[in-house]
Design a protein around this ligand. Structure first.
Ligand code: ZN
Length: 347
């Protein structure tokens, strides 16, 4: 029944690229499950690992099976595992946590300082089989298809960021129209925001944002001033909440300017290094800033699945689908800057 080897997309050598290899099927421990992977999503993180940039070369040991966005089916259960069944469709949290830290013992698992990531620090999901602690498994309801299951990790980033602050009736500015920014726009609408504006300087991404969430206003800040959008939409002062998804210093500056007194900002975008911030502006505007990392275990997962079952539709953010063997085309689509989510099929 259980094969000895599997196809896996691996960083085999410390240089640019990824290679499809035959790897051993993982052996599971008593508290783990083995998942047969069906679909995976390519993340920006995987592009860094492909490119073998400074972050990747300092972070990722080789050889390493990459990938952390997945959906699949449980095919083996460790002997201590209860509450899960063979054949259960699932996705899962790719952050592996310990249980000894103060944060974990307080139930704030997403703040555990010892967090390790699959596909980054531990063997990942771009493979026919993945081992995962049973604790990290998130069962998929029948009405959520595998390809949506494969993008729950980045949707979770979007949900965690968007739900950082109360959005009901608020005017929301999202800077950065990558897939996570676009999904955050959909979540903000679903959560009852009044006006949702998403900015970028890449026309393809803005067009995709408008396609995925027709009710948002996509603004090219290379061509249009946010102040004119604010008066156009009839806001008296500016945006109540900002979701920064780009890591761009210019975007953060624009966001601070476009926010109301006492506005709130959730930061998910990662600046390339240290970047100058006009802190006096933030102080005098009495702005609250929150850094966001990963997803809340497992409240974000609960909320996003509930929203997907209650009409949240992010399916159009998936723009490319390839067989796993054609992974190079998938990575090329990602690197073009024109794609939304790219999904690989391992079944
Ligand atoms: Zn990801």
């Amino acid at each position: 029944m259980r094969p000895n080897t599997m196809k896996a997309l691996e960083k085999s050598r410390p240089e640019e690229g990824l290679w499809m290899v035959q790897a051993p099927v993982p052996e599971i421990g008593p508290d783990e499950v083995l998942i047969r992977v069906k679909k995976t999503g390519i993340c920006g993180t995987d592009i860094h690992i492909w490119n073998w940039d400074e972050w990747a070369s300092h972070t990722v040991p080789v050889p390493m099976i990459t990938g952390h966005e997945f959906a699949g089916e449980i095919v083996e259960l460790g002997r201590n595992v209860t509450g899960l069944k063979i054949g259960q469709r699932c996705s899962g949290e790719g952050h592996l946590i310990g249980t000894d830290s103060r944060q974990s013992r307080a139930g704030k698992f997403h703040l555990d300082p010892g967090t390790r990531g699959i596909g980054v620090n531990e063997q990942g999901a771009f493979a026919q089989y993945l081992k995962l602690p049973a604790f990290n498994v998130v069962p998929l309801p029948d009405d959520i298809p595998d390809e949506i299951g494969a993008i729950l990790d980045p949707l979770g980033n979007a949900v965690h960021t968007a739900l950082s602050f109360d959005l009901l009736g608020e005017d929301v500015l999202i800077t950065g129209a990558g897939p996570i920014g676009i999904m955050a726009a959909a979540v903000a609408r679903h959560a009852g925001a009044r006006h949702v504006v998403i900015t970028d300087i890449n026309p393809d991404r803005l067009a995709l944002a408008q396609h995925v969430v027709p009710s948002v206003r996509a603004v090219n800040v290379a061509k249009e001033e946010l102040q004119s959008v604010i008066s156009d939409l009839g806001m008296s002062q500016g945006f109540d909440v900002g979701l920064e998804m780009s890591g761009s210093q210019a975007a953060l500056d624009q966001m601070v300017e476009a926010l109301v007194m006492g506005g709130k900002i959730a930061l998910l975008g990662i600046p390339p290094g240290k970047s100058p911030v006009d802190w006096s502006r933030i102080v005098f505007k009495a702005i609250t800033i929150k850094g966001v990392y990963g997803r809340e275990m497992f409240e974000t997962w609960y909320k996003m699945i509930a929203m997907l079952q209650n009409g949240l539709d992010v399916s159009r953010v998936i723009t490319h689908r390839f067989a796993a063997d054609d992974f190079a085309q998938g990575f090329a689509a990602m690197k073009s800057g024109k794609s939304g989510k790219v999904v690989l099929d391992w079944a």
